[in-house]
Design a binder for this molecule. Sequence first.
Ligand SMILES: Nc1ncnc2c1ncn2[C@@H]1O[C@H](COP(=O)(O)O)[C@@H](O)[C@H]1OP(=O)(O)O
Ligand SMILES: [Mg+2]
Ligand SMILES: [Mg+2]
Ligand SMILES: [Mg+2]
Length: 307
Amino acid sequence: MAQSSPLILRLVAFSINAANRAGKIIRDVWSQGELGIVDKGKNDLQTEADRSAQRCIIASLLRQFPNITIIGEEGSSNCEVPSDWLVTESDPSVLQLNCPKEFESVTDKEVVVWVDPLDGTSEYTQGLLEHVTVLVGIAVGSQAVGGIIHQPYYGYASGAESLGRTLWGIKGIGVGGFTPSIPPANQRIIATTRSHSNALAEQAIEALKADKVLCVGGAGHKVLLLMEGKAHAYVFARDGCKRWDTCAPEAVLEAMGGRLTDMRGNQYAYDHNTYHANKGGVLATAKGEDHDWYIRNIPENVRESLK
Ligand SMILES: Nc1ncnc2c1ncn2[C@@H]1O[C@H](COP(=O)(O)O)[C@@H](O)[C@H]1OP(=O)(O)O
Ligand SMILES: [Mg+2]
Ligand SMILES: [Mg+2]
Ligand SMILES: [Mg+2]
């Protein structure tokens, strides 16, 4: 790995390959058919794919970057992994990028990597495989700066021979791995949960008077819809999402000009001392959307309940 590249570029470049490797593990577990489903709480599933993908990503990252803080959804993992799970290479094109001045001298101690090894677990167990993503978010201080969203089953529905794609973004640089697009004008398409709704979340969707509501799984997948021009906003007016669900999506979306906040317009903090729960809900809007319009039109009682 080019040691001369700034840490933030090395982390993104390496995490692209780690997320790809985790995606292959997710496909392998699915095709072997033994999902090993556990419910961690209430409607909070974990499978063998979540566990193994996290071990792959964290073991690989720790070998390359032993002094950074990594927080993974599936808790502390055994880092003794099969040797073919250990990633050692980085994406060469990201290492060559020009790093924004403000991130050039970021050190290990300032960085937290938030890992969601499989986002959209509920949909994965139901075979809605294109909703699944692997999320690696890189925070500097409290800010989400870099993100990787790997979609292991991209191309599955159309019968593509080679599955998967990896999107990345770095604030101040931009995005890669896909063709950014903005959603159509004069329409409002809202993406929301299909498996974790409640009365509050429904009330918010109702109030926004969408032309179309897309109920789909995964935080990564919904942000992807915003970045490809298929939805204008992602609205989740309840608790349940955690920092590992939003760190990577926020960084990639904001690197392209969109926004991700809680339902009151506040950004989440991603430093190592922060809470994990996104108690204020998730409101993300595509590039060009009026984020504040959505905040203004969320009923006051919904915003008040999500403090
Ligand atoms: N109530 C909840 N309990 C556990 N995870 C949740 C909950 N609500 C949301 N999430 C996480 O946020 C993601 C986005 O929510 P949704 O798919 O419902 O829109 C989910 O895929 C899940 O991530 P994960 O699958 O990684 O556990
Ligand atoms: Mg989960
Ligand atoms: Mg998740
Ligand atoms: Mg997950």
